[in-house]
Ligand binder design. Structure first.
Ligand code: GAR
Length: 206
C-alpha cells in the first residue's frame, strides 16, 4: 500500500494557494500526499472556510492573542495529533521561531510572491511585495517555492517562475497575475515532489 505524506497547510488570509492545493489533490495532482490539517494564525481567515467545505479539519489559532510561544505550542500539538510529515506555508504571514523551524528540518516549505532574493525578508509579504516591485520598476517578477530551514541553509530554493510586469499594472493586478501564472502552478508541484520523497522514506521504514 502506498504510504502518503501527511500534509498540514498553514494560512493567514484568503487561501487561494490552499485552494490550488485542494484542487490539485482533488484532481490527482498530489498522489503522494494528503492534506490532513489546515491551521490559520487567526480565527477569521477565509482559508479555514475553504478547508471545512472540503471536509478537512481546520483550526484558527489566534497568534496575536496567545503570543508566539503559546501559538507554536498549540500548533505543535495539532501537528502531532494529525501525525503531520510536511508543513506547507501557503500565505502564512507570521514568522515561525528558530526553535520551531529547527524541529522540522527540510519539512517546511513556503511560497513567496517574488523571485527571491528580490523583495523578500522582513516587511515583504502579500501585496507589499508587489507594491515594492512596481515602485522599483522591475520588468519581470514571479514566485519562489523554498524550504524554510535554519541558517545557513535558510531558504534553499526548490522552484521559481518568472512573470512579466506590464505597463499600467496596479499591485492588485500584478498580484493576481503572479498567483495565476506562478504560485498556483508551482506550489502543488513542489508539494508533490516533497511528498514523493517523504512517501518513499516511509516505505523504507516499513
Ligand atoms: C500569496 O501571494 C503568497 O505568496 C503571499 O501571500 C499571499 C497569500 O494569498 N505570501 C507571502 O507574502 C509570504 N511571505 P492566499 O491567502 O490567497 O494564498
Amino acid at each position: 500500500m502506498l504510504r502518503r505524506a501527511r500534509i498540514a497547510v498553514l494560512v493567514s488570509g484568503g487561501g487561494t494557494n490552499l485552494e490550488a492545493l485542494l484542487g490539485a489533490q482533488a484532481t490527482g495532482g498530489i498522489p503522494h500526499g494528503e492534506i490532513v490539517l489546515v491551521c490559520a494564525s487567526n480565527e477569521t481567515a477565509f482559508a479555514l472556510e475553504r478547508a471545512r467545505r472540503r471536509g478537512i479539519p481546520a483550526f484558527g489559532i489566534p497568534r496575536r492573542a496567545l503570543g508566539q510561544e503559546k501559538f507554536e505550542a498549540a500548533l505543535t500539538e495539532k501537528l502531532a495529533d494529525y501525525r503531520v510529515d510536511l508543513i506547507v506555508l501557503a500565505g502564512f504571514l507570521s514568522i515561525l521561531s528558530e526553535d520551531f523551524v529547527r524541529r522540522w528540518p527540510d519539512r517546511i516549505v513556503n511560497i513567496h510572491p517574488s523571485l527571491i532574493p528580490a523583495f523578500c525578508g522582513k516587511g515583504y509579504y502579500g501585496l507589499k511585495v508587489h507594491e515594492e516591485a512596481l515602485r522599483r520598476g522591475v520588468k519581470v517578477t514571479g514566485a519562489t517555492v523554498h524550504l524554510v530551514n535554519e541558517i545557513p541553509d535558510g531558504g534553499r530554493i526548490l522552484l521559481q517562475k518568472a512573470v512579466e510586469v506590464l505597463p499600467g499594472d496596479t499591485p492588485e493586478v500584478l498580484q493576481r497575475r503572479v498567483m495565476e501564472q506562478a504560485e498556483w502552478v508551482l506550489l502543488p508541484r513542489a508539494v508533490e515532489q516533497l511528498s514523493a520523497q517523504i512517501a518513499s522514506e516511509k516505505e523504507d521504514h516499513l
